[in-house]
Design a protein around this ligand. Structure first.
Ligand code: PMP
Length: 321
C-alpha cells in the first residue's frame, strides 16, 4: 500500500519526496514546532478532534519562536483536512510541523527559510495495546522539566522534546512505560508526552499551566467533561507523594488519549488497575471524539470541510510566494 502523501509548503507530495537538506537549521539546533492531532472514524466519516485549537497552538508555538508560517489559521486547518481527504484514511494521527530550513549556518535562524508540512499516519495505542484497559507502570523521572524562562513550555517545540526523550528513555531502560517529571521546585509536572491527573476522594487534581506543562487539549477536554459530569477539578501545585496516595491516576494526551496509571515507582495505585472515575472519563472522552452529533463543536468532519486539493495548494502558493 502506498503511504499517504504529505502536504509540504503548500503542495501534496509523495511520501518519499518530503525531504529536507542536511544543513537545515532544524537539524542542528532543534528549531521546529509541531502538533499532534487525531482524526477519528465517526458515523459521518473521518473527523478531526479540536482541529482549530491544535492549529492555534501551532501558530502560538511558531510565534514564540519568531517563525511566521506564511499561512493563516484557516489555511493551516485546510491543509490538515486536505491531507486527510487525500489519504482516504478513515482515522489517523496528524503531524503538522513548522521548521527552520536552509539559509545560513549558525545559531541565528533569522536568515533561514520557514517551512511547514503536514503528515498523517495510522497510530494505535501510544502506550501499548493494553494500556487503555489495564493501565501502565511508570516512574518519577530523575530528569526535571525545563524551568520557566528557559526553553518556553507553552511552545510545542522540537527542542523541548530532548528533555522528553531523556525522560522516556530512562523510564524504558528502567522497565517502565513512561516517566513523570517534576518541576525544578519538585512539584508534579507531567509525563514526557502527556498531562497528569490525580484522583483522590472523588476530586480531580492536575498541575496548573505555570508548572512547566504543555497545556494539553486533551487535558482541557477532560476537565470540561469532568465538570459537566459534576466532578470538582482543581488545578493546583501537587507534591510528588500525592502520586503514591492517589485513589486513581491517569495521563491525558492526543496520542495517549486517557490512559490509566496502575503503579508509580512500584507503589500500587488504588486497586492496581483502571479506577472507576478514570473509566467513566475515558468512556465519555471516547464518546466525545466520535460524536457524530458534534454536541460540543469539537469535531471537524473531513468530508464536509475538505477543500479541493488544488485550491489549497494554489491559495498557499500565493501566500508563501
Ligand atoms: N505534554 C506534553 C509534553 C506533550 O507532548 C503532550 C502531547 N502533545 C501533552 C502534554 C498533551 O497535549 P495534548 O492533549 O494537546 O495532546
Amino acid at each position: 500500500m502506498t503511504k499517504p502523501r504529505i502536504w509540504f509548503n503548500g503542495e501534496l507530495v509523495a511520501h518519499e519526496d518530503a525531504t529536507i537538506h542536511i544543513l537545515s537549521h532544524v537539524v542542528h539546533y532543534g528549531s521546529s514546532v509541531f502538533e499532534g492531532i487525531r482524526c477519528y472514524a465517526t458515523d459521518r466519516g473521518p473527523a478531526v478532534f479540536r482541529l482549530r485549537e491544535h492549529m492555534r497552538r501551532h501558530v502560538d508555538s511558531a510565534k514564540i519562536h519568531r517563525m511566521d508560517t506564511g499561512y493563516s489559521l484557516d489555511q493551516l486547518c485546510d491543509a490538515v483536512v486536505g491531507t486527510i481527504a487525500d489519504s482516504g484514511m478513515e482515522s489517523c494521527y496528524i503531524r503538522p510541523v513548522t521548521f527552520r530550513g536552509t539559509g545560513r549556518m549558525g545559531v541565528n535562524p533569522l536568515h533561514n527559510t520557514v517551512e511547514t508540512a503536514v503528515a498523517v499516519w495510522d497510530w494505535g495505542q501510544y502506550l501499548g495495546d493494553e494500556a487503555i484497559t489495564q493501565g501502565v507502570d511508570v516512574q518519577v523521572s530523575s530528569w526535571q522539566r525545563n524551568a520557566p524562562n528557559t526553553t518556553p513550555g507553552l511552545a510545542k517545540a522540537g527542542g523541548n522534546y530532548l528533555s522528553s526523550s531523556l525522560i522516556k528513555m530512562e523510564a524504558i531502560h528502567n522497565g517502565f512505560v513512561e516517566g513523570i517529571a517534576l518541576t525544578r521546585e519538585g512539584y508534579l509536572s507531567e509525563g514526557s508526552g502527556e498531562n497528569l491527573f490525580v484522583v483522590r476522594d472523588g476530586v480531580l487534581f492536575t498541575p496548573p499551566a505555570a508548572f512547566s506543562i504543555l497545556p494539553g487539549i486533551t487535558r482541557d477536554s477532560v476537565i470540561t467533561i469532568a465538570r459537566e459530569r459534576g466532578y470538582e477539578v482543581r488545578e493546583q501545585a501537587l507534591p510528588r507523594e500525592a502520586l503514591y496516595i492517589a485513589d486513581e491516576l491517569f495521563f491525558t494526551g492526543t496520542a495517549a488519549e486517557v490512559t490509566p496509571i496502575r503503579s508509580v515507582d512500584h507503589y500500587t495505585i488504588g486497586e492496581g488497575r483502571r479506577g472507576p472515575i478514570t473509566a467513566e472519563l475515558q468512556e465519555a472522552y471516547f464518546a466525545a471524539v466520535r460524536d457524530a452529533d458534534n454536541a460540543r463543536g469539537w469535531l471537524t468532519f473531513v468530508r464536509d470541510a475538505a477543500p479541493a486539493t488544488d485550491a489549497v495548494a494554489a491559495e498557499s502558493d500565493v501566500v508563501a510566494g
